[in-house]
Design a protein around this ligand. Structure first.
Ligand SMILES: [Zn+2]
Length: 504
């Protein structure tokens, strides 16, 4: 067991070694029932209320494959540009763990449903990196253990453990990449971009909500280093169940630095699983890794092979939605934004909100402006995702409509948005309640302009003398008098008109 947590700097690590990564992502499917029985998969039920003889591993209980689970697996496989097996079987992966009542996990071994694909992912600078996919296979989740009595919730120090089998048997798809080479110093960024692209893809397919914070999607980060110029891979570590995009990136980065420290000091890397710690950004040793043969895989005798007809596969292919990267590239063109702008939109989590705001009638530029400005900031400040803000795309579209009609200026529009977010009602209600209409009544505006001219005779003289730039001071005075509710461009026009000066 490696106990050292000495690190070398990231730059020094990359100066001597190339990272090789493998990413294994587990996705919990959003099917209504479990993979091999009819039990519900809904969250939040009392412990052990969603179980039956099959998912509790009772003698004589027989599993039946969930057809939606298979269909979802094929969808994922096709979206990852994989070949779909014409015939494949489930296999038993034998090992004991208290949260797995059958003493084996029903999984797939050498006959995965999907194999040999790729996923193109986009990096922060808009560049594309191709990640090759080894396989995507079907399996089932385990139950959950709750260790009681200790300080940490871990088994060490606990007085007893409770088991909840509600999750046992929920369908999982495990997606395994081929070794990712050639990413160099960008390896951690590639890892993050890959998991994000995969998450977007899974959501677009509608097969899972893929919420990492709820464990619906989790990533194992396998990493090894090899000296520059060497063909052979080094020994890898497997950092298990990393559950946020940021942590995936940090775990890869930490392991690069740790491996480099061990190798540079003449040590050897132990093949083992490791745990990532959010608080410190570091990993610690788990258990020494078993080899595949330790699991004594053998074909599952209680399930018939899965043999999806080519007609069905093609039917599923034909039903796939536009995939996220293609969609982003299309929108980039339609909106006329750069690759890095699109990455920023993706990072902010506002892409779908902007699309829906445009669908509700706003033009692309203003939809983007509000969601990436005011609203992204507001979400950030209150620590929520933008789609959890108390404003809908329809309402944002209404605000931008009022601006387009000249009934609101930007400053007033911001106050309207603030009011909607504060629960004061719809944009129109906030406009009424707060009295936020632009003063478009020419008579009232004319009076305010006359007063500003009378109150600032020196400035007025300068403008008459041709110094048009001085008009800013008078515009400011009018805006102040109307409490910001005038259209500044119209105010300037009126001032110049009244002083008999033309702008150009
Ligand atoms: Zn069941």
């Amino acid at each position: 067991m490696t106990t050292t947590t000495d690190l070398v700097s990231y730059e020094d690590a990359l100066a001597s070694y190339d990272p090789v990564m493998g990413l294994e992502v587990h996705v919990e499917l959003g099917t209504n029932t479990k993979m091999f029985c009819g039990c519900s998969t809904s969250l939040g039920a009392d412990p052990n209320t969603q179980t039956c003889p099959t998912c509790l591993g009772m003698p004589g209980a027989l599993p039946v494959v969930n057809a939606t689970g298979v269909e979802s697996a094929i969808k994922i496989g096709l979206a990852l540009n994989c070949e779909i097996a014409e015939w494949c079987r489930f296999a038993r992966k034998n090992y004991f763990y208290p949260d797995m009542p059958k003493n084996f996990q029903t999984s797939q071994y050498d006959e995965p449903i999907a194999f040999n694909g790729y996923l193109d992912v986009q990096l922060e600078d808009g560049e594309t990196f191709r990640v090759e996919i080894e396989r995507a296979h079907m399996e089932e989740d385990t139950g959950k253990s709750l260790h009681v009595g200790g300080a940490t919730g871990r088994i060490h120090g606990a007085s007893h453990s409770l088991l909840d089998y509600n999750r046992a048997g929920i369908p999982l798809i495990e997606i395994v990449t081929k070794p990712i080479v050639g990413a160099g110093e960008r390896a951690p960024e590639v890892a993050r971009a890959y998991v994000r692209e995969l998450r977007e893809l899974i959501r677009a397919l509608g097969v899972s909500e893929a919420r990492m914070e709820q464990g619906q999607m989790r990533c194992d980060v396998n990493l090894s280093l090899r000296p520059h110029g060497r063909e052979k891979f080094g020994t890898r570590s497997e950092t298990k169940n990393v559950n946020s995009l940021r942590s995936v990136e940090r775990a890869a980065r930490f392991e690069i630095q740790r491996h480099a420290a061990v190798l540079s000091s003449g040590g050897t890397i132990v093949q083992e699983t490791r745990h990532f710690h959010e608080d410190t950004g570091s990993t610690t040793s788990g258990r020494v890794k078993e080899e595949a043969e330790d699991y004594r895989y053998f074909p599952e005798p209680d399930l018939v092979p899965v043999a999806p007809s080519r007609e069905w596969v093609e039917e599923i292919r034909g039903s796939l939605p536009e995939l996220p990267l293609a969609r982003r590239n299309r929108l980039r063109e339609e909106w006329g934004v750069s690759g890095t702008d699109m990455q920023a939109i993706l990072n902010a989590g506002t892409l779908d909100l902007i699309v829906r705001t445009i669908e509700a009638g706003a033009d692309a530029a203003s939809a983007r402006k509000w969601w990436m400005g005011e609203l992204a900031r507001s979400a950030n400040e209150s620590g929520v995702a933008p789609d959890q803000l108390a404003i809908t795309p329809d309402q944002v579209a209404r605000v931008s409509e009022l601006v387009a009609k000249g009934e609101l200026n930007d400053k007033l529009a911001r106050q309207v948005i603030e009011g909607v977010l504060a629960g004061e009602g719809t944009p129109d209600e906030v406009v009424d309640k707060r009295g936020l209409k632009v003063v478009s009544d020419e008579g009232a505006l004319g009076t305010a302009v006359d007063e500003a001219i009378a109150g600032n005779p020196g400035v007025a003289d300068k403008i008459r003398g041709g110094k048009v730039a001085a008009a800013g001071a008078l515009v400011g005075a009018v805006m102040k008098a109307t409490r910001g509710q005038a259209d500044a461009a119209r105010v300037k026009e009126l001032i110049l008109e009244k002083l008999g000066v033309s702008e150009g």
